[in-house]
Design a protein around this ligand. Sequence first.
Ligand code: SF4
Ligand code: SF4
Length: 434
Amino acid sequence: MEQAILPLVLYGAGKNAVKELELVKGQGKMPVGFCDADTKKHGSTCFGLPVMSVEQAREQFGEFFVHVTPGTPGSAIRRAIYDSLLEQGITKERIYNLQERKYKACRLLEKNLLIDQRRMSCCCHSNAAMNAPPEISLKENNWDLDASLSQWFQLRESLIASIRAGHPCACSGCSAIESEASWWPEKGALELISFALPYPCQLSCNYCDVKELSHNLDSTERQFMRNFNWKRFIVLLEKHGLAHPAFTSILFAGGEFTIVSNRKELLDAVAQYNTHIMTNMLTFDRHIAEALARPGCSLAVSIDAGTPKTYRKIKGADMFNEAWGNIKKYMSCGVKVGIKYIFMSENSNKTDIKGFMQKLLQVRECLADFVISVDMRDPGPRSEDEIGMIAMMRGIAEENGISAILSECFTPIEARRVLEYHNGLQKAEKGCAV
Ligand code: SF4
Ligand code: SF4
């Protein structure tokens, strides 16, 4: 039987309640109530939510996820509550913030699933410092989603165990593995499920690797994309406890989603989830605007130019002004938009940086985020000039109250060089006007 989407209940209507409530709300999750061991609280409300016993919650909601509020990760009180919940029949998989002990882990491995027309994987090779991503081939499973997902789940579990135990595995030596000093929840739904199917796109960015993929699809891959049953796949993930609207975001990446013919159907399949779409911004689609005009959802676009000429050079089309026009149109419908600038030789100059920043400042009120990145085709090291240009863009953003995120494509050394350069610039120039 298909499992219904499970509600989230906070355990502990005490002094940590407001902090933890804000924490989960900030992650786009809306709890349906509190459970508490104190019977005197049952029947009352806490921050507008009903307080009840675990048994009453079970009667009301059937199965549900629990987020424990008292104590801190690893504290005796939190561990005692975990024990008590387990005794009351709440399984480990249902305790969202279950944290048993510190261990070595890769966040991507534990919290991400990436699916394209060929594979299911935990990470992609977007960061040059990572190993080749461990993956399950869909083709070898004859594109059977159930079998592939079960295998992926087993692979993930075995990699988590190997990293923890320090045993050799496909992830050994990867820089994404964090030290034992980190705390990690053992179970819980994924944070991000990325669908990276290579749909056709109207642009030809000079750094694009999707276009070639979309041209080279074989007939079975095309059929897989055409017949992909999104609704069923989401339900399958929910049955494995891997997806939950309170914890999981959906990302449509790959090719150009806004011109996919069944985009409405796809969006409807994930309507309860925070949804993010990567787009080239050449098309304004009213249904997408309506579907994403809610908290926790966004569009993302990489503009990469400050002038129409540079835009054409990098993207192969004369659509600079149209892209900015559509950004404003989506924003006027209440959609947050994330904007990226990928540095490469064509746009690492003052004219483009200033042109881009002028446009960015006009839309800062509705920005989801602003990301500065580098061209993945160029393994570096970056020249001093390029680092200086990146620092300059970052400086202008910060001076105007926009926080600029350096993408994972920067190595830690490069990111440090940008920050050091930026600090030097600040001292030397006391500001860069747009
Ligand atoms: S450790 Fe590296 S290779 Fe393994 S899943 Fe994480 S990012 Fe991928
Ligand atoms: S917008 Fe994206 S999919 Fe389209 S050509 Fe550029 S990189 Fe490729």
